[in-house]
Design a protein around this ligand. Structure first.
Ligand code: SF4
Length: 282
């Protein structure tokens, strides 16, 4: 049995940085918390909990002796104020690409444009981006939302970092018909599209496709859905324990990919498990 790993799989830059910051912070500080789960991966959250890092969702509950890590997709501006008022030690793991989306939106709004954010209205990252805009703004999730926007003298377009570039361009085209001046700042990060493109490529070449990552991870679930539409024997697992060896009895090629929030060691464990299965079959 041949095992092929997608060219782009697992931790993206921002998640790797955030996880590294939590690890380092927990070694040097007591009373360390993450404001919400650091990533959508239960195994990593459990690992940090074993290191004494707890998850807390309520910024009002901290004390001055606490250290609080802000996760990679950022928090609304007012949360910084709440944490500063409590004098907690803030470790900001907001991904630099998300910071860029926040600061672009802020600057464009200050420049007098009505800001349009292409993204999911209720996603924490979008909530954080819009919190930095002091002027009028709209959030659009697709082209039909954009069609509904009123005419304005000046619009400025930014995006949630994980959105699709093609849709972003289409939204920009629609916005051009809704204003005199349009400023477009593409704040999309390519980590998601690279993972999807290499998963699509791999799913077309294999008998079985394994998608590793949190069941609560949106980007991992999306990889599963895409691959399932190409390779019918596609499975979404969090760890090797979920694998049924019968799946591999007739398979010659197994493809593996993992979401941007999946740590490398979980992927390695699955690969080791598959190698053992292969040896048993020989
Ligand atoms: S997907 Fe991109 S923007 Fe989001 S955390 Fe990863 S590197 Fe940063």
């Amino acid at each position: 049995m041949e095992i092929i790993i997608a060219d782009h799989a697992g931790f993206c830059f921002g998640v790797e940085r955030a996880v590294g910051l939590v690890d380092e912070t927990s070694k040097n500080n007591k009373d360390v918390y993450t404001l919400g789960p650091i990533i959508h991966n239960p195994q990593i959250v459990k690992k940090f909990s074993d290191q004494g890092v707890e998850v807390c969702e309520d910024p009002e509950s901290f004390k001055a002796t606490d250290t609080v890590v802000i996760r990679s997709h950022g928090v609304p501006k007012k949360i910084y104020g709440q944490l500063q008022e409590k004098s907690v030690n803030i470790v900001d793991a907001t991904c630099p690409f998300v910071k860029k989306a926040q600061s672009s939106a802020q600057k464009l709004g200050k420049g007098g444009a009505t800001v349009v954010v292409f993204g999911e209205k209720n996603h924490p990252e979008v909530k954080s981006i819009v919190s930095f805009i002091d002027s009028e703004f709209f959030v659009v999730s697709d082209e039909s939302d954009t069609m509904e926007l009123p005419f304005r003298n000046s619009y400025a377009l930014v995006a949630q970092t994980t959105q699709n570039s093609e849709s972003f361009d289409k939204i920009a085209e629609i916005l051009k018909t809704k204003c005199e001046t349009l400023t477009v700042t593409n704040t999309i990060c390519n980590a998601t599209s690279l993972r999807q493109a290499s998963a699509i490529n791999l799913a077309g070449q294999v008998d079985v496709m394994l998608i590793i990552g949190g069941k609560n991870s949106g980007n991992t679930t999306r990889l599963y859905e895409i691959c399932k539409s190409i390779c019918k024997d596609t499975y979404h697992i969090e760890t090797k324990e979920e694998l049924d060896t019968d799946i591999f009895k007739t398979s010659r090629k197994v493809g593996i990919t993992a979401g941007a929030s999946t740590p490398g060691y979980l992927v390695d464990e699955v690969i080791e498990f598959l190698k053992e299965v292969t040896n048993e079959q020989d």
